[in-house]
Design a protein around this ligand. Sequence first.
Ligand SMILES: Nc1ncnc2c1ncn2[C@@H]1O[C@H](COP(=O)(O)OP(=O)(O)OP(=O)(O)O)[C@@H](O)[C@H]1O
Ligand SMILES: [Mg+2]
Length: 242
Amino acid sequence: MAVSSERPAGAVTPRAGIDAPHGGCFVVGTDTGVGKTLVACALIHAMRRAGLSPVPFKPVASGCEESPDGLINDDTRRLIAASGRMLSQDEVSPYRYLPAIAPHVAAAEAGRPIQMDSLISHAAALAQQGPLVVEGAGGLLVPLDGRYTLADLAVALGLPMVLVVGMRLGCLNHALLTAEAITSRGLVLAGWVANRIDPDFERAAANIDTLLARLPAPLLGTVPWGPSPDPAAIRLSLPALH
Ligand SMILES: Nc1ncnc2c1ncn2[C@@H]1O[C@H](COP(=O)(O)OP(=O)(O)OP(=O)(O)O)[C@@H](O)[C@H]1O
Ligand SMILES: [Mg+2]
């Protein structure tokens, strides 16, 4: 499938996307380390409670451990565990790299560039099995190679987006920028999650109110800060999956 990252200024690309008969969602964060994996796992649990059989997809995973079976990524492991499916690391995360560094740098160092077409066909195959729950890497405009970013992959997949906002100082700007980058590409922002990653963040409620007033999508839930959060215990509303 041909992918283009070129858009005329001000134009909104129509949403096309892969054939995903069960729908799904693409979980993107305001930054790295804001709780995308936690929220993606919580959404997988919520879907399973609703009788669905979600399939996780973590297209690019940098930061792995070596094992006799190859590179093991912890996000990928957590996503597979939440799904309850017998899936391999290769099936869920086709591009895994050892160091926890920017994906395009890891890919270049490993001599294994990220192929967009391959990621898209991989996602399309997984999407035949159930609702696809995609976890992005870092934030939305993280580069995947010399040309594309994660946003280009999101456009190619065409799934509704779920924005995880790491509630800390600076999150309003990060959340609003990310929402604008989503909607300006013709993607649907299906919901957002307020994740209380910083227990010392002052005026968190006022910040959540600000985002409630300004983000063009429903709040799916607020995740409290906790020493070891359990995704199965988090209660989130399900976003629209189509
Ligand atoms: N609500 C919370 N309370 C306490 N700790 C949290 C909370 N949410 C996330 N964390 C912790 O913050 C860390 C980052 O969370 P998580 O791995 O889900 O983020 P991420 O956005 O997926 O990161 P990455 O960009 O590396 O994929 C984890 O150690 C996680 O347990
Ligand atoms: Mg993660």
